[in-house]
Design a protein around this ligand. Sequence first.
Ligand SMILES: [Zn+2]
Length: 262
Amino acid sequence: MDSGVSLQVNKINAIPKLFFAEAACHGFLPAWSCTNLPEMFTTPETLARLAAFPTISADSNETLIRYAVSRITAAGGRIHTMAGAQPGKFNLLASFGPDTGAGLVLSGHSDVVPVQGQDWQTAPFTLTQKDDRLYARGASDMKGFLAAMLTAAERMESKRLRRPLHLAFSYDEEIGCIGVRNLLLQLRAENFQAQGCIIGEPTEMRVVTGHKGKLAGCICCRGIPAHSANPASGATPSTSPPRWCGRPRRCNPGLPPMARGI
Ligand SMILES: [Zn+2]
């Protein structure tokens, strides 16, 4: 979800450096790989490009994916674009370094939530700096991380990577994580292996290693049709679901107390 529209300038500049340091610590990169960086797009410059694509979930993300492909191709990355089930929607997996073995995945979604009816003080699809913050729709959630992914990958010395580094761009996260499901299905069919994944959702610069999950079920109740004014003449299904409502709590007594009135 889009919990904020701004990103502090100093933090977004710091992300590639942090990534290099972390990657070196975990054996993905030699410690000296981030030295002698060539002049390239900075992360804020890249974010300005990405923010200009109005990739609201209802619309196509093709322009952003094409831009990412051009940057990654120029940097020597391998491209794997996957058309989504919906027209105009694309997932992208880009890979650097060796093409065997399990590597690290940096993952982000390319879509943003709408802007209609909102009181924006700046143009939502033009990255605007005010004091030490950058404003645009999706600057924080999560084109800032996409920009950091791209700039970090461009600064890699791919030939010296010991394991693959993958960049994953998905679509339509904001309306139910639709795109990443197709991405995962396709990668599973291709027997894709990864050692880990860093998902750049905003967490106020804290590392978050877990997230709440969800289990959805479907209950089918059958009954004998009867008017609700005369319940004795039928077995109305409306009396059955309440018996199920307490069942998850009996299965998991560790659930927190319910709010009053529920
Ligand atoms: Zn998000």
